[in-house]
Design a protein around this ligand. Structure first.
Ligand code: GLV
Ligand code: MG
Length: 284
C-alpha cells in the first residue's frame, strides 16, 4: 500500500500547491497523508499558478489530498473544475465548511465517491458539526484552529476550547466517523509544543493532526499511535480471544469483554495499516 487511508491517517502534511518543488513524488516524507493547499497558504495572486502546477501531476504519483478554497469564495468552482480532472487525488478538504450543503455541492462537482474532509473553523460550522459529519461524502472532520481563534477571540486557556473541541469529537463519532483531525501547531521550530498539543488532542478524542512542517510529522505519528506495550497487550488479547467464542476473557488480570476486545482490534488494525505504508517502527 502506498498511502494511509483517510480512516487511519494520523499526520496530514500541508504543502502550498504553488510550490511543486515540495510535492511528494514517489515517497512521502513520513507523513500519513499529504495535503496540497490551494487555500490560505497560497497568496491570492498565485491561485492560477497553483492550479496550473496541480494540473501537471501525473497518474503514477502518490495520491494526495487537495484543500480547495471554501464554497463562499470566488475560487471554489475554478478549484473544483481542475481537481475533478486530476489523477492521483486521495480526496478533497473543504475549508470554512458551515452547512451540510457545502459538502453536498462540492461532492456534486467531483467524481462520484470522492472522499471529503470538512474543515470546521467557524462558530456556525461547529454548531452544525453533526449534520456536516452525517453527509455521505464526509470521511472526517478537521478543526481549523487559527480561523476559529480569529473569529472568536479565544485565548489559550484549555477550558475555553473544551466546547468546540468536544463537539467535534462527539459529532464525528455520532455520525460514525473516525475521531476528528486536530488543527496544526503554529510553532514550527519547537517540537515540544507539537508533542504537548498532540498528546492533549489524543486525550480529548482527536485521532490525528494537521502538520505545517515535516519536523511535526514524527511527534504527531507517535502521539496518535499506541505505545509498544499497549500494542503488545492488544495482540495478546486478540490471540486469547480467538478461542473464546465471544465470551469475556481474562488477560493480565483484567477482564476483557466486547468493548475492550473491539478496542484491541482497532489498535492492531491501525498499526497494521501504518506498518504497511511506512514499515515497522524501529525498536525503542
Ligand atoms: C486552518 O485552516 C486553520 O485555520 O487553523
Ligand atoms: Mg483556516
Amino acid at each position: 500500500m502506498r498511502y494511509v487511508d483517510a480512516r487511519h491517517a494520523r499526520s496530514w502534511l500541508f504543502t502550498p500547491a504553488d510550490r511543486p518543488d515540495r510535492y511528494p513524488a514517489r515517497c512521502r516524507p513520513g507523513a500519513d497523508a499529504v495535503v496540497l493547499d490551494l487555500e490560505d497558504s497560497v497568496a491570492p495572486g498565485r491561485k492560477d499558478i497553483a492550479r496550473h502546477h496541480l494540473a501537471r501531476r501525473g497518474p503514477d504519483e502518490i495520491p494526495v489530498w487537495i484543500r480547495v478554497n471554501g464554497r463562499g469564495s470566488a475560487q471554489w468552482r475554478d478549484d473544483l473544475d481542475i481537481v475533478a480532472r486530476l489523477p492521483a487525488v486521495a480526496g478533497v478538504m473543504l475549508p470554512k465548511t458551515e452547512h451540510p450543503g457545502d459538502l453536498a455541492a462540492t461532492a456534486a462537482l467531483l467524481p462520484e465517491g470522492t472522499e471529503l474532509i470538512a474543515l470546521l473553523e467557524t462558530c456556525l460550522g461547529i454548531e452544525n458539526a453533526f449534520a456536516i459529519a452525517s453527509e455521505p461524502s464526509a470521511v472526517a472532520l478537521a478543526f481549523g484552529v487559527a480561523d476559529f481563534r480569529r473569529e472568536t477571540g479565544l485565548g489559550d486557556a484549555p477550558e475555553a476550547w473544551a466546547y468546540p473541541r468536544s463537539r467535534l469529537v462527539i459529532a464525528s463519532r455520532a455520525a460514525g466517523l473516525r475521531g476528528p483531525i486536530d488543527g496544526p501547531a503554529l510553532h514550527l521550530d519547537d517540537v515540544t509544543v507539537v508533542q504537548k498539543e498532540a498528546a492533549r488532542g489524543r486525550e480529548q478524542g482527536f485521532t490525528g493532526k494537521l502538520c505545517l512542517h515535516p519536523a511535526q510529522i514524527a511527534p504527531v505519528n507517535a502521539a496518535f499511535s499506541p505505545d509498544p506495550a499497549h500494542l503488545a497487550w492488544a495482540r495478546r488479547v486478540l490471540e486469547q480471544a480467538a478461542g473464546s467464542d465471544g465470551a469475556a476473557i481474562r488477560v493480565d488480570g483484567e477482564m476483557i469483554d466486547r468493548p475492550r476486545l473491539d478496542h484491541a482490534r482497532d489498535l492492531v488494525e491501525a498499526a497494521a495499516t501504518h506498518t504497511a505504508v511506512h514499515g515497522a517502527p524501529a525498536p525503542s
